[in-house]
Design a protein around this ligand. Sequence first.
Ligand SMILES: Cc1cc2nc3c(=O)[nH]c(=O)nc-3n(C[C@H](O)[C@H](O)[C@H](O)COP(=O)(O)OP(=O)(O)OC[C@H]3O[C@@H](n4cnc5c(N)ncnc54)[C@H](O)[C@@H]3O)c2cc1C
Ligand code: FES
Length: 347
Amino acid sequence: MSSGPQRVRVVEVVRETVDAHSLVLEPEDPQPFESYRPGQFLTVRIPSERAGGAARCYSLSSSPHCQERLKVTVKRTVGGYGSNWLCDNVAEGMTLEVLRPSGMFTPKSLDDDVLLLAGGSGITPVMSILKSVLGAGAGAVTLVYANRDEQSVIFRDELVTLAKEHPDRLVVLHWLESLQGIPTAAGLRALTGPYTGRQVYICGPGPFMDLAQATLAAAGVPDSRLHIERFTSLTNDPFADVDVVELDVEDDDVGPPAEVEVQLDGEVTTVAWPRRTKLLDALRNAGLDAPFSCREGNCSACACVVLEGEAAMERNEVLDAHDLEDGLLLACQAFPISERFRITYEA
Ligand SMILES: Cc1cc2nc3c(=O)[nH]c(=O)nc-3n(C[C@H](O)[C@H](O)[C@H](O)COP(=O)(O)OP(=O)(O)OC[C@H]3O[C@@H](n4cnc5c(N)ncnc54)[C@H](O)[C@@H]3O)c2cc1C
Ligand code: FES
């Protein structure tokens, strides 16, 4: 499966609210999209005159378990380049280039009960998780959803319909700033109190996520059950050709390269991993099509699972304690500590 750009046709543009558009997409090659997981995102190429180009990540609001077409939902950011370009320019019939779905903000089991907290456009991956649990799992779902006012509630009608279809499994609790003011710890504590024994997924503006995380941690929810997706803009262009760096395979200062056995796209390959080289570079230099997006430790598109060996990450803004316990590693940030590794992209 290629981790390179994929072409997708926009088959519908849905105006969800005054400042949020959903783009329904049909891939030219469906295969890279077939096994996406709820909560994952696409990286979208945005045309730009700027050196380095522009690309932005957008979560899939569609569910892979509900026979839905691929859909991303973009909310305008004031003064933002990519979100406004997409909302102003994308029309039915256009073709966009995207990188295949990736990301770790995705439930392990659809049978677990979940507490979902979303603010504004943070509903996008949360909606995919919500529909997947209801459609294909047995878990109960409570959504706490914060918005400026009633008009800015993305997926309002769909949530009403789902609550009617699943009266004993779905609870939707809205927080509207126009009525209740900005969310407070006491308010969130009251809404989430009965559900703190569940797996928790949080996505929204930074201050909302910080408040939700602190409130739930204070209520005794361990890090291992708190899953957080932070929306940031990419600062480099993952669509650009990446220079193949000369690998320093025998570096006397730091010792010989580690050896890594990689399971990727149904094949097992053994690759040398020089000690001052990031794992992603070592793999791609060896001709493997290892996935990536931001290359900055922000998005988790490059995450693999370490089955054997110990590595250090230079930067990790995305994997939580639970992910690390499960052996996840950001290949774009990883340097070897051990001499021998086994990793997989197929866990
Ligand atoms: C995994 C992931 C999933 C995401 N999913 C979604 C989603 O489903 N829906 C969604 O709407 N968004 C999502 N995002 C966020 C999205 O990728 C963009 O970050 C968002 O749309 C803003 O991009 P923009 O280009 O419009 O804004 P940008 O141009 O990146 O600007 C962002 C802010 O920074 C300011 N700014 C820009 N340049 C400068 C500068 N040079 N100096 C100072 N300030 C500056 C802008 O004024 C603006 O306020 C996701 C992000 C990630 C990482
Ligand atoms: S490519 Fe984004 S974290 Fe590695």
